[in-house]
Design a binder for this molecule. Structure first.
Ligand code: NAP
Length: 255
């Protein structure tokens, strides 16, 4: 339910990089085995860092990366995938996502390349990111032989716009929603989550946010944390589940 985001990791210098690798290793050890990255994060440095973190334990992790829209042409998708594989130092990518919709390259062309990557064994699942319902439907139509496994979109207690249309659609159509920026970039709504509820479950505000966002079966979350204390906190966030009544109460309070 809780994986790890890696935007802005790989941008650090020297010793900072070793700490980032350490944070990722710690997160994997604590069960946050889905790692999300993208070819554009740190211009490839995020993927390189993940490559270091998963060395020797590749089979224990699920690697999700993304191709950028400027590489959505057929040959470009194939080339981008090869470059990501090389930076990650792995033989296959578990989930390959279209980072956001392209208004230039027809989705049919992009998805033809994605299916080719599946048949070559380079990727296991196809995902999209920042796609609306209409765009997801069009993307699905462009895939004669495969399903879309997931849509990665912004979702947190304080950013709820997907609840009106996209989330019910994904639930109905059995797509996993990968909630990005689930901690609202660290701007925790601390004062607005009732203290009594935090005490009832023994949770910090960040843990409550992650528990809340993954309450619905279709949703998983990918918080980013470089601080080891944050990593430990996030990994423990769903050890206890909040009750349906408390989920609804928090949803109403922060709507
Ligand atoms: P986020 O995960 O909501 O927040 C990250 C911030 O929260 C960091 O400053 C982190 O600090 C802090 N933090 C982490 N755990 C904490 C805790 N337990 N208590 C207090 N603060 C905590 O924001 P995000 O990085 O934007 O989103 C997560 C991931 O989603 C990204 O890394 C990326 O993989 C993905 N993403 C995807 C898209 C897309 O278009 N598909 C867009 C944005 C993000 P430290 O680092 O110091 O621990």
């Amino acid at each position: 339910m809780i994986g790890m985001g890696t935007w802005e990791i790989g941008d650090a210098k020297g010793g900072g990089l070793a700490l980032e690798v350490q944070a990722l290793r710690k997160g994997i050890e604590l069960g946050m085995t889905l790692i999300d990255t993208a070819e554009m994060y740190g211009s490839g440095n995020s993927e390189k860092l993940i490559g270091q973190a998963v060395k020797g334990i590749r089979d224990d992790v699920f690697i999700a990366t993304k191709v950028s829209p400027e590489h959505f042409g057929y040959d470009d998708v194939l080339a981008s995938c090869e470059s990501s594989l090389r930076r990650l130092g792995v033989e296959h990518i578990d989930l390959y996502q279209l980072h956001w919709p392209s208004y230039e390259v027809p989705i049919k062309e992009t998805m033809k390349a994605m299916e080719e990557l599946i048949s070559r064994g380079k990727i296991r699942y196809i995902g999209v990111s920042n796609f609306s319902v209409a765009q997801t439907l069009k993307a699905r139509e462009a895939l004669p032989r495969s399903e879309i496994a997931s849509n990665q979109v912004r979702y947190s207690l304080t950013h709820r716009s997907i609840e009106s249309e996209l989330l019910p659609f994904c639930e109905r159509e059995k797509l996993t929603v990968i909630a990005y920026t689930p901690l609202d970039s660290g701007r925790l709504p601390s004062g607005r989550i009732p203290q009594a509820l935090l005490e009832k479950y023994g949770m910090t505000p960040a843990q409550m946010m992650l528990n809340w966002v993954t309450y619905r079966d279709a949703v998983i979350a990918i918080p980013k944390a470089s601080d080891l204390k944050h990593v430990e906190e996030n990994a423990a966030a769903v050890r206890v589940r909040i009750s349906g009544d408390d989920y609804r109460a928090i949803s109403r309070k922060l709507a």
